[in-house]
Design a protein around this ligand. Structure first.
Ligand SMILES: *[C@@H]1O[C@H](CO)[C@@H](O)[C@H](O)[C@H]1NC(C)=O
Ligand SMILES: *[C@@H]1O[C@H](CO)[C@@H](O)[C@H](O)[C@H]1NC(C)=O
Ligand SMILES: *[C@@H]1O[C@H](CO)[C@@H](O)[C@H](O)[C@H]1NC(C)=O
Length: 799
């Protein structure tokens, strides 16, 4: 169970698979076809096996593509159909008259390589990665090098009017906003474009190889065999793009890709798989895309109303505080404000709006007024009372008013002024709360405004509306009954309701029906009458550290701001004297533990669906919500199932409450035996990787439908993680699943994929574990999975 033996095994497997693959000479005869299928679909390979041509699984669909087949990343370098994926059962065939024809399972044509004159006699796929359709006289009728997507490879050229398109996101290959073009005048440019009409906006990089004298103009982009990219001028001179850089030559792959974030990057990669090193970047244009794009049209580097940050390599897009992503799956898709300003409103602006300072941030080109000279308070005041103004930028004695949409947002050291971003107090994120108590009685008729919401996705939106109106109704009814609603100081101002203890006693019928026990206390079923009657789970928190009131509020705030379909939603809370209760939506199908450890095992499809759901929920908690939430206690008892058997993570955001001021002694260890990551026992920092570890254990439990730790009678199989590794290493993986589970046997590649992801997640060294996002991509089949090493190569034993 050491690194070396697993390594040898890996090498053996690799050698074996190469011998199986490398038999072809890269010639594909007319009539040959490939079908997109979940099971290991066959591909066509270049003679050395360096490149493969075939269907790649992308989020349950398939992309007809060419990729580097020998490296773990299996980096895709070319694809058809403008990156649109096709369903399983689709087929590509090499035909005489139309070259490659891609059709769906019913035979309807989806895409074809362009019609050409002449007839194809075969196709040749050689080790440069070029797939050529060859005519009877050995001429090239069509080839992938002449129809590039987002990548250029050595020996490939791009002529005048040639273009590359970025993909939309890392995993969505459809055409994005960025474009690389070699113009008529010989200039190589990068520009954003209009997605519908392909209208090019102002370029943000130019090679300056146009010239009045035609013979000095550039006319071809060349990527030569030794990995140098340059522009060839008509007079034979060259303009080097790969300048002053020593490029390692033999033994390396090279590529130049227009990345999804709009940067042209040249990379190299060692051909022999060494396990860790991936693609190394040699150069890129532009160096800082955030400060380079200056264009009012087309959304800039990160989309409208967003902020771009760059550390001189790739860029990072984020929404300003009080804004949220338009499309949660597309960080470059722009942001929307969580409020609208209404110019008709009679209320005074000071009551409704305030500013948050956003240091080092500016939106160039969004100013519509400049005032000079003026004082800073006056600058803010004038923006506050102006219903067009959403941000004020103050520098020197000047004040700029900015309007929506905010464009070219950037956060950068070079921004010296101050930006004040307007927000509606109704949508106040708690950390920005100025501490001004809101008196319900005084502003009775504005109650609705107080119940703000962060809008994310339409179905969530609908739910929120329901909850918001529900809360409102609730408050309203109580108002009518003239039950005294206390002046609410520092109320959690999101879309959660605040209940009194008595209301919850009533709702749960005196805490009668217990539905579960967690690490924080007992959970009861209850009924809440809002606009409709809602079944809820009321969690009584009885193990709160003392003086935890502030922390409780902070944590509830954080939880209240989460919205994801794989999380259990918080409806309300109670914080009154010693009472701390949380009110959640009720999950009818109970816990995952009951499902997978019960008598009737869930189907493989259900297991996959649940595992992916948990992974998505975790990615959200770790990377996508306002403040990162580390769960610390991922286990099947904390995964609930809604009416559609979607996995819903519960008990998140509570870990900090119990961790306060505790040193990491045994008592400080959060989590549950069997699921806790080794670093809890060590003096290493606790990061989101502890959840990755627990997720790995959970994933293996879901696959095998058994507990991570069983009785001693299980012998060698008692500890699930050890057993899985043994079976995996010995090639006995069939032992892991129930005998005759046809679903799993017929989807064996995916089962293997899931097991391998599980093994990667339970690596003892946190830095070897993937991030949750990486784990998700691997589960989804978007990222390829290197052969995992032994999870505990060192001698850590649980004592
Ligand atoms: C690939 O095919 C092209 C075009 O026929 C040829 O010029 C080149 O030498 C071939 N390269 C390799 C590595 O086989
Ligand atoms: C990729 O993006 C396009 C364009 O927005 C969208 O229509 C398509 O559904 C996306 N594909 C995937 C697999 O998400
Ligand atoms: C590729 O281009 C570089 C830079 O122009 C040059 O030094 C090198 O000799 C070229 N290699 C080949 C094989 O043409």
């Amino acid at each position: 169970m050491s690194y070396s033996s697993s390594y040898t095994l890996c090498i053996l497997i690799c050698l074996f698979s190469y011998s199986a693959l490398a038999q072809g000479d890269g010639t594909i005869s007319v009539g040959s076809s490939l079908t997109a299928a979940d099971k290991a679909a066959t591909s066509w390979y270049s003679p050395s096996g360096d490149f493969a041509f075939g269907f790649r699984n992308v989020e349950d669909q398939f992309l007809l593509a060419i990729w580097y087949d020998k490296i773990p990343d299996k980096t895709i370098v070319w694809y058809v159909n403008d990156g649109t994926t096709v369903p399983a059962g689709s087929k590509v065939q090499l035909t005489v008259d139309r070259g490659l024809v891609l059709s769906d399972s019913r035979g309807n044509g989806i895409w074809t390589s362009k019609s050409f004159s002449g007839t194809a006699s075969n196709a040749a796929f050689n080790d440069t990665g070029n797939f050529r359709i060859v005519g009877s006289d050995t001429t090239t009728l069509w080839d992938t090098f002449s129809n590039p997507t987002d990548t250029l490879l050595p020996t490939q050229t791009m002529d005048v009017n040639g273009e590359l398109y970025s993909r939309k996101t890392e995993t969505n290959f459809t055409r994005g906003r960025f474009q690389l073009r070699l113009l008529d005048n010989g200039n190589l440019v990068l520009n954003t474009r209009n997605i519908l009409t392909n209208f090019p906006y102002r370029s943000y990089y130019e090679s300056n190889t146009s010239d009045k004298n035609p013979s000095n103009q550039g006319y071809q982009v060349k990527f030569n065999e030794s990995g140098y990219l340059y522009i060839l001028r008509r007079n034979g001179d060259i303009f080097e793009l790969t300048t002053n850089k020593a490029i390692p030559s033999s033994g390396y792959y090279h590529r130049a890709t227009l990345t999804y974030d709009g940067i042209l990057v040249q990379y190299y990669h060692l051909k022999i798989f060494t396990g860790t090193t991936g693609w190394t970047s040699v150069w890129q244009e532009p160096v800082n895309i955030c400060t380079t794009i200056r264009e009012l049209r087309g959304g800039g580097a990160c989309g409208l109303n967003s902020i771009c940050k760059s550390d001189g390599s790739r860029k990072d897009c984020e929404c300003p505080e009080t804004y949220s992503l338009l499309d949660p799956n597309d960080k470059q898709g722009g942001c929307k404000p969580n409020f609208t300003q209404n110019c008709d409103r009679n209320d005074s602006s000071e009551d409704l709006y305030d500013f948050v300072e956003s240091p080092g941030t500016d939106w160039l080109l969004s100013a519509y007024e400049q005032m000079d000279p003026i004082s800073e308070p006056e600058c803010k005041r004038l923006c506050l009372i102006d219903c067009f103004c959403v941000a004020a930028y103050y520098k020197g004695n000047s004040c700029w008013k900015k309007k929506l949409p905010l464009v070219n947002g950037r956060k950068d050291n070079s921004v010296k002024g101050k930006t004040y971003l307007k927000f509606s107090k109704a949508n106040l994120p708690p950390e920005l709360h100025p501490g001004k108590p809101i008196d319900y009685k005084k502003k009775k008729n504005r109650t609705l405004i107080l119940v703000g919401s962060v809008l994310l996705g339409s179905s969530v939106f609908v739910n929120l509306i329901l909850i918001v109106f529900g809360c409102f109704g609730f408050l309203y009814i109580y108002h009518k009954k003239s039950i005294n609603i206390q002046p609410v100081n520092n109320i959690v101002e999101t879309n959660v309701c605040r209940f009194t203890n008595n209301e919850l006693v009533e709702a749960t019928n005196g805490f009668k029906e217990e539905v579960g026990r967690g690490s924080f206390g007992i959970v009861y079923k209850g009924l809440i009458h809002m606009s409709s009657t809602v079944i809820v789970a009321v969690k009584k928190i009885d193990r709160l550290v003392q003086d935890g009131a502030e922390e409780f509020k902070t944590e509830v705030n954080a939880i209240a701001q989460t919205h994801h379909k794989n999380l259990v939603r918080l409806i309300g809370f109670c914080e009154e004297e010693e009472h701390r209760l949380l009110v959640y939506e009720y999950m009818v199908n109970g816990t995952l533990a009951n499902l997978i450890f019960g008598c009737a095992k869930p189907s493989w499809a259900q297991r996959k669906h649940i595992a992916l759901g948990i992974a998505r929920g975790l990615v959200y908690l770790h990377e996508e919500c306002n403040t990162q939430i580390i769960h610390c206690d991922i286990k099947p008892q904390n995964i609930l199932l809604d009416e559609y058997y979607n996995a819903r993570i519960s008990d998140f955001g509570l870990a900090k409450l119990l961790m306060l001021n505790q040193s990491r002694t045994k008592t400080g260890i959060r989590g549950t035996k069997g699921y806790v990551a080794p670093e809890w026992f060590r003096n290493t920092p606790i990061t989101a990787k502890v959840d990755v570890y627990s997720f790995g254990v959970l994933l293996l439990e879901i696959i095998c439908c058994r507990r991570s730790v069983e009785n001693i009678e299980f012998g060698d199989e008692a500890i699930l993680t050890d057993w899985v590794w043994d079976c995996f290493q010995d090639g006995r993986m069939f032992d892991l699943i129930e005998k005759n589970n046809k679903d799993m046997l017929s989807d064996w590649d995916k089962v293997k994929r899931f097991v391998m992801v599980g093994i990667w997640c339970i690596q003892e060294d946190p830095s070897s574990r993937p991030t949750t996002r990486r784990a998700l991509l691997m589960l989804e089949g978007v990222a390829d999975i290197p052969y995992p090493p032994c999870p505990s190569p060192l001698s850590w034993t649980s004592t």
